[in-house]
Design a protein around this ligand. Structure first.
Ligand code: ZN
Length: 392
């Protein structure tokens, strides 16, 4: 048995007083998050170090004395806001995401996270007790299992949700012998190849594609409605723009949920069937020349997928190998030579050294399959347009 943390998400229906209370909690969390983000941003701009959690925590205590309204908020939510802000910086330093972004009152997603201590959170039939909020009506699809660690309360498009993180135990799945490499496809969603030679070209399921198309269409309609188009433009957003904006937000939420479901199915399947999994630490930014929105979807999708693989691999004792972004996965021939001339539009290429013909995504997936003997590292070579690689 293995200890894991599992999250359960339910919709909740706070009453009017509770909604006002949540509104102020979201506000306090935003205030603290943005306050420390601005502070750390300034420190970094001045070539100084970012504050650590201990220093930030001491500063928070001082802030609460100064601004009494902060003390009315859930106390854990403020500490967690600092931790989340720290995490955003960590991800930025690790080049896993861009520079942390300020939270805005107008963002369609608002949230705060509170921690479990001394029975401050309770679940009874169709109700959940939240600190300083009281009992809130909720709809549970299944009972949460294990010990409650924390609860994230969120609001999205005028709906409220809670996500309960519980510590529970699972039986790791039995160990398969197969290994797999996963390449984020340029035309399809991803291409996988196992060390048994099995290639799979994975596309988005039809139901997800349909929603994506619908989203694009509604987004296009939105862009045609009256709104400011450049930074200095003072054109107000028309009523029909605002109405359409709500429609787009709803479809966006649906797409996000559908995609998450699909990535869950996919990551569970991959982890079940393989003992070692290789992926690339991709900067999708440079890859996608699509519309801004679809790029955002692809980017956050890949990040989410990687996170799912990370924790599911951990649950079931699998190995996840993340190749750095300089690893020439789509350019490395099986003969050990790297094709330096390969450009993004080349779908198929022929190795100048050995004559092998490669389908780009399939080759990349093959090169990403984890190997036990260590990695190939490129070495200079006299071959024109190619670079020889030796087993280091
Ligand atoms: Zn070759």
């Amino acid at each position: 048995m293995k200890d894991i943390i599992k999250a359960y998400r339910y919709r909740v229906y706070p009453n009017k007083v509770q909604r006002e209370c949540l509104e102020s909690f979201f506000g306090a969390k935003r205030h603290i998050y943005n306050y420390f983000l601005a502070l750390n941003k300034e420190l970094l701009n001045n070539k100084e170090y970012k504050l650590n959690y201990k220093a930030e925590s001491a500063l928070l205590t001082a802030l609460k004395k100064e601004l009494s309204w902060l003390s009315q908020a859930d106390k854990f939510s403020l500490q967690n806001a600092i931790k989340d802000q720290d995490k955003a910086f960590t991800h930025f330093f690790q080049k896993r995401s861009g520079f942390p972004r300020f939270k805005n009152k107008k963002d369609s997603y608002q949230s705060y996270r509170t921690n479990f201590t001394n029975g401050n959170i309770e679940i009874k039939e169709n109700k959940i007790k939240l600190p300083k909020i009281g009992w809130v009506r909720c709809v549970k699809s299944r009972e949460p299992l294990g010990k409650i660690l924390n609860v994230t309360v969120s609001q999205m498009n005028e709906k409220y949700y809670i996500s309960i993180a519980c510590e529970t135990q699972i039986e790791p799945k039995s160990m398969p012998i197969q290994s797999i490499g996963i390449d984020l496809g340029l035309t399809s969603l991803m291409v996988t190849q196992t060390d048994q030679g099995e290639i799979d070209d994975i596309a988005n399921p039809k139901w997800l594609e349909k929603s994506l198309k619908n989203l694009k269409r509604k987004q296009k309609q939105l862009s045609k409605k009256q709104h400011s188009r450049t930074k200095g433009d003072t054109t107000p957003k028309s009523k029909s723009y605002l109405k359409q904006q709500k429609i787009v937000a709803k479809i966006y939420e649906k797409v996000a949920n559908q995609r998450k479901d699909f990535l869950h199915q996919l990551s569970t399947m991959i982890v079940s069937e393989n003992q070692a999994i290789g992926i690339e630490d991709l900067h999708v930014k440079g890859l996608m020349k699509n519309h801004k929105l679809s790029r955002h979807i692809a980017q956050s999708g890949w990040r989410m997928f990687r996170e799912m693989l990370e924790y599911k691999a951990e649950w079931h004792n699998r190995t996840l190998k993340v190749h750095d972004r300089f690893y020439p996965s789509s350019r490395l021939c099986t003969c050990g030579v790297v094709n330096k001339e390969l450009v993004l539009s080349d779908r198929i290429w022929i190795c100048k050294a050995c004559g092998s013909i490669h389908q780009r995504d399939e080759l990349a997936a093959n090169n990403l399959i984890p190997v036990e003997q260590g990695e190939f590292t490129p070495r200079e070579c006299a071959l024109s347009g190619a670079e020889e690689v030796s087993n280091a």
